[in-house]
Design a protein around this ligand. Structure first.
Ligand code: NDP
Length: 287
C-alpha cells in the first residue's frame, strides 16, 4: 500500500502535484481555501477536507503548496502539528524557510523545505525536480513519495538551502533572459528572421553556460587566473564594440552596462589576468 498524504493548496502547482500522487496510487487528502478549486483532484480520487486542520489530522505526511510563506502560517495556525512531517513546497526566501523550520519545531513537527524547479505542466514528466533542505530523516523516509511528481535533490540540513539554491538558479536564469532580450533588440528591424537568429543563439548560450564549470573550479581553488581563456583586460577592451554596436542599432545599453561596469572596476583594481569570476567577490563585498 502506498503512503497516504495530505496536500494543502490546490492552485495550479498543488493540483499538478496532487494528480501525480493520485496517479502513483497514493491516498490523498486535499484542502484549499477556496473550495471550488479541489474539483479536479476530487474527481481523480482525492478526499476533500473541510478545513486545513482537518486535512492535517488525516495524514502524518503533509505537503504545503500555497502562495507564499505568510499564507502557510495563516493556513496552519489552527492545525495540530505534533508528530507531523511537514514538507513546504511554497516558494520563499532562505530566511523565511529557516524561520518556518524553527516554527514547525516548536509545534512538534519535522520540517523539510522544497523549491520546485518546474512549471505545472512539467510535473510528472522527466526533467522536473524539487530541491529539498532540512530534516534529512524526513527526506529519506518519504523520498519515494516525494519522487512521484518530480525528481528529488537534497541539498543540505540547513532548511534555507533549498530556497537559496532555487533563487540562485532563477537569478542566473534572469541574467540569461537579459542577454536574450538585448540580443533580439540588436537584430530587430534588420533583415534577420527571429527564428533563424534563435537557432544560432540557443546553441551559443548552451555552449557558453558550460563556462560556469571553469568559474566553479577557480572559485574552489581560490586562484582566479588559472584556466582563463579570455581574460578581463581583453574582455573590457572588447566591450567598447558591444556598446558602439548598441548605439548604432538604437538599442539601450541598460541591460549590458551594469555587468560591463563591474568588469571595468575589477580591471581597475588590478585583476586584468582573471576572467569574470572575480566579480563574484566584488558583488558580494558591495551589495
Ligand atoms: P496559485 O496562485 O495557482 O495558487 C495559490 C494557492 O495558494 C491557492 O491554493 C490559494 O488558495 C492559496 N492561498 C493564497 N493565499 C492563501 C492564504 N492566505 N491562505 C490559504 N491559502 C492561500 O499558485 P501556484 O499553485 O502556481 O503556486 C503555489 C506555490 O508553488 C507558490 O509558492 C509558487 O511560487 C510555487 N511554484 C509555482 C510554479 C508555477 O509555475 N506555477 C513554479 C514553481 C513554484 P485560493 O484558491 O483560495 O486562492
Amino acid at each position: 500500500p502506498r503512503t497516504p498524504l495530505t496536500l494543502l493548496g490546490a492552485g495550479a502547482m498543488g493540483t499538478a502535484l496532487g494528480r501525480a500522487w493520485l496517479a502513483a496510487g497514493h491516498p490523498l487528502t486535499v484542502w484549499n481555501r477556496t473550495p471550488g478549486r479541489t474539483g479536479t483532484l476530487a474527481s481523480e480520487g482525492a478526499a476533500v477536507a473541510g478545513s486545513a486542520a482537518e486535512a492535517v489530522a488525516a495524514s502524518r505526511l503533509v505537503v504545503v503548496c500555497l502562495l507564499d510563506d505568510a499564507s502557510v502560517g495563516e493556513a496552519l495556525a489552527a492545525a495540530e502539528l505534533t508528530g507531523r512531517d511537514l514538507v513546504n513546497l511554497t516558494t520563499g526566501t532562505p530566511g523565511e524557510a529557516r524561520e518556518r523550520a524553527a516554527w514547525a519545531k516548536t509545534r512538534g513537527a519535522r520540517f523539510l523545505d522544497g523549491g520546485i524547479m518546474a512549471v505545472p505542466p512539467m510535473i510528472g514528466a522527466p526533467g522536473a525536480y524539487v530541491l529539498y533542505s532540512g530534516d534529512r530523516g524526513l527526506f529519506e523516509e518519504h523520498e519515494d513519495v516525494l519522487a512521484a511528481p518530480a525528481g528529488t535533490e537534497y541539498v543540505g540540513a540547513d532548511p534555507g538551502l533549498a530556497a537559496l539554491h532555487d533563487v540562485a538558479l532563477l537569478s542566473g536564469m534572469y541574467g540569461m533572459f537579459a542577454g536574450i532580450t538585448h540580443a533580439f533588440a540588436l537584430v530587430r528591424g534588420e533583415d534577420v528572421a527571429p527564428k533563424e537568429f534563435a537557432a544560432l543563439l540557443v546553441p551559443w548560450l548552451t555552449a557558453m553556460a558550460g563556462m560556469a564549470h571553469g568559474a566553479a573550479e577557480r572559485l574552489a581553488s581560490g586562484d582566479l587566473t588559472t584556466g582563463v581563456v579570455s581574460h578581463l583586460a581583453m574582455q573590457v577592451a572588447g566591450s567598447g564594440t558591444l556598446l558602439r554596436t548598441a548605439e548604432e542599432q538604437g538599442v539601450s545599453t541598460e541591460l549590458l552596462t551594469p555587468f560591463l561596469d563591474l568588469m571595468r572596476r575589477r580591471l581597475a583594481d588590478g585583476h586584468g589576468d582573471e576572467d569574470t569570476t572575480g566579480l563574484v567577490g566584488l558583488l558580494h563585498a558591495r551589495p
